[in-house]
Design a protein around this ligand. Sequence first.
Ligand code: HEM
Length: 377
Amino acid sequence: MIMTPLVDTDQGTLHLKVMENVKFDLINRTKEADKAVAIWLAVIAGMVAAMVIIGGITRVTGSGLSMVEWRPLLGWLPPLSDEEWQRIFKLYQNSPEYRYINTWMDLSAFKSIFWWEYIHRLWGRLIGVVFFLPFIFFLVTQKIKRRLLSRICFLFFLGGLQGALGWWMVKSGLSSDPSVSQYRLATHLGMAFLILGLLIWTILDLVGTRDVFVSKAIFYHANTVTVLIFLTVIGGALVAGLKAGLVYNTFPLMGERIIPSDYFSVEPYWRNIFENVPAVQFNHRILAIITLFAVASLCLCSHFFCRNDQLLKSIYIMTTLAAVQFLLGVLTLVNFVPEGLAVAHQFTGLCLFGASVVTSWGVSMRSGYSSSQAKNI
Ligand code: HEM
């Protein structure tokens, strides 16, 4: 605690000054604690982003169905002996992916696909550890404010749920049809984006500042953009899950038409949205175009009517990312989904969503200070 030398002998003034110093000291300590918690959450956010890339590589290298067991507690150890390799290879040989697609595979080829899925699962466990141990420390040292505690517990729950969703997704590819369900892939990817979004929001609540009033129009516009980006992401996951990027590899037309002739080939009609390959690809394109226009118009409006430099910066970054993401999507499609482009498209999508969350956070409080200051989370 900092004690200011007092020259005033009046008791009331003395009391006030001491109180002021105590308050100042408390605010400083709270800020430091917030910063420490924010750094911890930022490390987790970085690890979640890396997890999305590893997951993308696992998918595009066809490694996702190589581990047919789920051992949440013991599975962190890789096979350490020849016998163990033989055992898990035998398990894989009984899986539909091996029996229908990879019959040519020997043990060394199996090892190369095994490692990506193994690293994916190991990284997930590591995130759990990096989450849990500092959490206990922050809890014991009372660095996490009470209001924030429930959100952090919720994040921990979502992380656990995401692990279970991952296995639920893999399981769908171990049935008679050796490909994972597009519904489950979209749920798993969507949850990863939501977890990252909530992490970014919480970090900003702890250390971010919002200092300028923004109009209602920009508030709604920015939040609509975030929702549109998220919907496009889910649409992209359906494209990836159905391998719908391997047909109609032209842009902007699909088979010399804007709307493909087989858009409504599945009955009942609503199933086309989720299960018909040309329709799923078309919907992703349309959503991407609407999103790009919505981002561009937000950028234009904000450029002329918003005077918050920090907010403007995040909108400019988001607009650039949206343009790059659109271009990457087209390149991925017309080149028949090469691994490198597919992973870059997925990762830029994640950065774009992250930038939109930062923007939404920036517009979400229209009084003069940040929600952490306002609500004292
Ligand atoms: C705002 C724009 C866009 C966003 C946010 C976006 C997002 C995504 C996401 C998240 C995926 C799933 C990736 C995965 O799970 O591996 C995806 C897949 C895909 N997207 Fe986009 N996308 C956008 C624009 C486009 C455009 C304009 C095209 C082409 C016309 C396109 C073509 C594809 C294709 C072909 C895939 C499947 C890739 C694969 O199988 O790995 N995307 N997109």
